[in-house]
Write a protein that binds this ligand. Structure first.
Ligand SMILES: *[C@@H]1O[C@H](CO)[C@@H](O)[C@H](O)[C@H]1NC(C)=O
Ligand SMILES: *[C@@H]1O[C@H](CO)[C@@H](O)[C@H](O)[C@H]1NC(C)=O
Ligand SMILES: *[C@@H]1O[C@H](CO)[C@@H](O)[C@H](O)[C@H]1NC(C)=O
Length: 408
C-alpha cells in the first residue's frame, strides 16, 4: 500500500493552489490564522447572511451514521418569486476544503450567490470530516473508526443522503455542480446510476477522473519517493493539513526532495490567473479542512493505477474479502446515461485537472448524445480560478447558469 508523498503534497495544494508570489508565507499565515469570519456560528451566518441573502442550515444523516451539514440559499436578493419554479442546484466542493470555499470573494463574484440571483434554489454540500460535518450518530472524530472511509463512501453514502434530502424537500430533480473531487464522486456515482433518477443535469468544473498526467508533471519529484515518511502518517486516521504532524510531514518531503515548497505550488497546480489577495487570506484563514488518510491513499491509487477503481485493500485476499474479486471493481464512466445533460469547463493552466487527462475523460463520452454535452476550455485558468477567480462570473458561472436553464 504505497502512498506517494509527492501526491499527498499535490492534494494538499488542491487547497492551496495559489500563485507562488502570493503563496510566499502561506504556511506562516496558516499558523497565524487571521480571525476573519470566525466560523463558529456556521457557514450561513459567517459567509452568506453577511451579504444580505437568506440562508438555512440543514443537517442530513447518511446511512452509515455521519451527520452532514448543508446550506440552502432559497432565493436571491430580488426574492423568491414562484418557489415552485426555482430548480435546486447542489454545489459540491473538492478535496481538503468545504462549502465555504465558494464564498470568499465579494458577493457579486461568488458562485452560490450568483446562482441564487439567477433564480435557483441553491444547496451547498460539506462532505464528512470537514469542519461542520465532523459528527456521527455514535462515533467521535477522535476515534480511528470515524475516519475509516474514502471517496467510495462519499459516492455510496454522502451524495445519496444529500440528494434524498433535497429531492424530498423540493420534489424536484437536481442540477449538480462539482469542482475537482466533487466531479470525480459525481462521475463515479452517476456511472452506477444510483442518483440519475433524481438528477437533472451536471456541470463539472476542473473535472477529474483520470490523473495519470499529473504524475508526469511530478515525475521528477515522484522519483524521490517518500514512503518512509508516508508510513508515519498512515497510522493516523485523520489527515489534517493544519496539524503539526502533517505539516512536518510536508516539510520533510520538501527538504528530502531538495525543493522549495513554494515553487512546488506552481509546479503542481498551475499558475492561477485571477485570484484576489484578500480572498486568498480569507481562504487560508478557513481552509484547508481534514479528510481521512485512507481517502488520500485511495486518491494516490487513482493516480497510480490510471483506472477509476474502488479502494484497493492492498492484497487480492483482502480485496476478495471485501469485494468478492481480486481487483477492486472499476467505475465505468461510459455507463453514465447518454442523455444526461453535461457541462464541462477546464483550464489550460490547470496542472491537477491536466489538459490531456481532461481530454481523455471527455473522450469517454464519445457515445454521449451530441446535443447533451457542452465543453468549455478556459485557456488562462488553473485549478483555483474556477472557485475563486475574480473573472469566473463572466468566464464560467454565467455559462453554467445558462446551461442549467436550458434543461427544462
Ligand atoms: C478583492 O477583494 C476585496 C475584499 O473582498 C474587494 O474589496 C475587492 O474589490 C476585490 N478585488 C477585485 C478585483 O475583485
Ligand atoms: C474499517 O472498515 C473495515 C471494513 O470496511 C474493517 O475491516 C476495519 O476493521 C475498519 N477499521 C477501523 C479502524 O475501524
Ligand atoms: C461500460 O459501459 C458501457 C456502456 O454501458 C458498456 O458498453 C461497456 O461494456 C462497459 N465497460 C465495462 C468494462 O463494463
Amino acid at each position: 500500500m504505497a502512498l506517494s508523498g509527492s501526491f499527498v503534497l499535490a492534494l494538499l495544494f488542491f487547497a492551496l493552489s495559489i500563485n507562488p508570489l502570493e503563496a510566499r508565507g502561506a504556511f506562516d499565515r496558516l499558523a497565524r490564522r487571521p480571525p476573519q469570519r470566525t466560523a463558529a456560528e456556521g457557514i450561513c451566518a459567517s459567509s452568506v447572511r453577511i451579504f444580505g441573502y437568506k440562508c438555512e442550515e440543514h443537517d442530513v444523516v447518511t446511512q452509515d451514521g455521519y451527520i452532514l451539514n448543508m446550506q440552502r440559499i432559497p432565493e436571491g436578493r430580488a426574492g423568491a418569486g414562484d418557489m415552485s419554479k426555482r430548480q435546486p442546484v447542489l454545489i459540491q466542493h473538492g478535496i481538503l476544503v468545504d462549502g465555504m470555499s465558494w464564498l470568499f470573494n465579494p458577493a457579486d463574484q461568488n458562485l452560490p450567490l450568483i446562482l441564487a440571483d439567477q433564480g435557483f434554489d441553491v444547496w451547498m454540500g460539506n462532505t464528512r470530516g470537514t469542519r461542520f460535518s465532523r459528527r456521527h450518530k455514535y462515533l467521535s472524530p477522535n476515534q480511528p473508526a470515524f475516519w475509516n472511509w474514502t471517496w467510495d463512501e462519499l459516492v455510496s453514502y454522502d451524495l445519496p443522503a444529500m440528494f434524498d434530502h433535497i429531492h424530498g424537500l423540493t420534489g424536484q430533480k437536481i442540477h449538480y455542480l462539482g469542482h475537482s473531487l466533487g466531479t470525480l464522486i459525481g462521475f463515479a456515482s452517476f456511472s452506477e446510476k444510483g442518483l440519475v433518477d433524481k438528477l437533472r443535469s451536471a456541470a463539472m468544473l476542473s473535472p477529474i477522473a483520470y490523473l495519470s498526467h499529473m504524475t508526469t508533471v511530478l515525475g521528477d519529484i515522484a522519483a524521490k519517493s517518500f514512503l518512509a515518511e508516508a508510513t508515519a502518517i498512515i497510522g493516523v486516521a485523520e489527515f489534517n493539513p493544519k496539524s503539526g504532524l502533517v505539516g512536518n510531514f510536508i516539510k520533510i518531503i520538501c527538504r528530502q526532495a531538495g525543493i522549495d515548497c513554494y515553487d512546488l505550488i506552481s509546479v503542481i497546480t498551475g499558475k492561477n490567473c485571477c485570484l484576489n489577495a484578500s480572498t486568498i487570506d480569507l481562504f487560508l484563514a478557513n481552509e484547508p479542512q481534514s479528510t481521512s488518510t485512507k481517502n488520500m491513499i485511495h486518491l494516490s491509487q487513482t493516480v497510480r493505477d490510471k483506472v477509476l477503481r474502488k479502494y484497493n485493500y492492498g492484497s487480492s485476499n483482502y480485496n476478495m474479502k471485501h469485494y468478492g474479486q481480486a481487483l477492486p471493481p472499476a467505475y465505468n464512466i461510459s455507463a453514465i446515461p447518454h442523455d444526461l445533460p453535461l457541462f464541462f469547463s477546464y483550464g489550460g493552466l490547470d496542472c491537477l485537472a491536466d489538459v490531456s487527462d481532461v481530454r481523455f475523460l471527455i473522450d469517454q463520452f464519445k457515445f454521449h448524445d451530441v446535443d447533451k454535452i457542452d465543453v468549455q476550455f478556459v485557456k488562462e485558468y488553473a485549478h483555483a480560478d474556477f472557485i475563486m477567480g475574480v473573472t469566473a462570473k463572466d468566464v464560467v458561472y454565467n455559462q453554467v447558469a445558462t446551461f442549467f436553464k436550458r434543461q427544462v
